[in-house]
Design a protein around this ligand. Structure first.
Ligand code: ATP
Ligand code: MG
Length: 351
């Protein structure tokens, strides 16, 4: 079921949170809404699920305009960060609750609960109470409860935030498997870029109530439209250098680095620029040597992470296979890959 937002706006009193947002989530697609705290992700999700009424604009499921329908009438499955299971009910009763409310027969409910419990791999836990489950198991119960009504769309608001790192990893692939197996259209709200990249077909990056870019994870990573997007994706994050255009090259103000770039042909000398270099594009390989001093070194097992400060005070980050010959305080002359450098204008837009 396709989800369409058509000039969706939402204000709370005089505060405009979302203005004229257009969004099209294809049938069977899983889309991430990714952005910093307070940018309007939950507000958007709540409007899609029917908790908030849009101030203006329309929301469509397929060709059906659901803008003025209640949550119940929209047939959505929702999982929130605090998945709020009923503590006095068993797992089976929790999962079956949306059907009990609909006054389905006990036989039919039991059948559907067994089906969905098998799908999320908790069929052996149906008689337990939520307090007797691990975080990941509780999360599966919440998912089963969201899916049991066979919703047209699945809406997830930070569903993994309460889980520890290992469980989060496990549930990421689990949720994606379920979404693919059921073919359900899903929207995942998160501020975790790794979660968005690993779970979703496309990512919409939001900033202050607007979608700044919508693309597949690899497009978004390799071809960010703004410095904000480039800075949001990637761990460890991209480094930025500020300088100016000089005869078709990017130049640091102290003249310490001059990087000829195709994107800069025709850009007037003196134009303020920001250069983005991802850590994997500085250190080994590369074509433009840069001198600097290592100020930070960290081993991450298979790889090492370094911060290198250039003579003008700006810093580049480098990630490379683990080595033991470089330590803080060392002077290095490493190369950066000029073909992979991203150039942004003063307004943050990619050139
Ligand atoms: N009921 C409300 N009344 C007034 N302002 C609200 C209300 N709900 C949200 N807001 C405001 O709208 C903005 C967006 O909030 P929202 O909850 O959508 O952010 P978010 O992107 O989900 O952030 P987070 O990652 O922290 O959950 C915030 O500035 C918030 O203060
Ligand atoms: Mg939120």
């Amino acid at each position: 079921m396709r989800i369409l937002l058509d000039k969706f706006s939402k204000s709370f009193g005089a505060t405009k949170v979302i203005e004229d947002m257009d969004l099209n989530v294809g049938s069977g697609e899983m889309l991430a809404l990714l952005g910093p705290s307070g940018c309007g992700k939950s507000t958007t999700l709540f409007a899609i699920c029917g908790i908030h009424r849009p101030t203006s604009g329309r929301i469509l499921f397929g060709n059906r305009d659901v803008t003025s329908l209640s949550s119940q009438e929209r047939n959505v499955g929702v999982v929130f960060q605090s998945y709020a299971l009923y503590p006095h009910m068993t797992v089976a009763e929790n999962i079956g609750f949306p059907l009990t409310v609909r006054r389905m027969t006990a036989a039919e409910i039991n059948k559907r609960v067994a089906e969905i419990a098998a799908l999320v791999h908790i069929d052996n836990l149906l008689d337990r109470k939520p307090s007797q489950l691990s975080g990941g198991q509780q999360q599966r119960v919440a998912l089963a409860r969201a899916l049991i009504r066979r919703p047209d769309v699945l809406l997830l608001d930070e569903p993994l935030a309460n889980l520890d790192a290992k469980l989060r990893l496990e549930m990421r692939s689990e949720i994606r498997r379920l979404q693919k197996e059921t073919g359900i259209t899903a929207i995942l709200v998160t501020h975790d870029q790794v979660e968005a990249m690993s779970m979703c077909d496309r990512i919409a990056i939001m900033k202050a109530g607007e979608i700044v870019q919508i693309a597949t994870p690899s497009e978004m990573y390799n071809d960010p439209r703004t410095a904000f997007v480039a800075g949001f994706l990637g761990n460890p994050p991209i480094s930025f250098l500020t300088g100016r255009a000089k005869q078709g090259a990017f130049a640091l103000d102290d003249g310490g680095l001059k990087l000829p770039l195709a994107a800069l042909s025709g850009i007037p000398d003196g134009t303020a620029l920001t250069l983005g270099i991802r850590p994997e594009h500085f250190g080994i390989g590369g074509d433009v040597p840069v001198e600097g001093k290592v100020t930070f070194a960290e081993t991450q097992g298979r790889e090492n992470l370094y911060d290198v400060v250039l003579p003008d005070g700006s810093a580049l980050r480098s990630i490379q296979p683990a080595r033991s010959d470089v330590k803080p305080g060392d002077s290095v002359r490493w190369s950066l890959d000029s073909k992979a450098a991203l150039v942004f204008g003063e307004d943050g837009r990619r050139l």
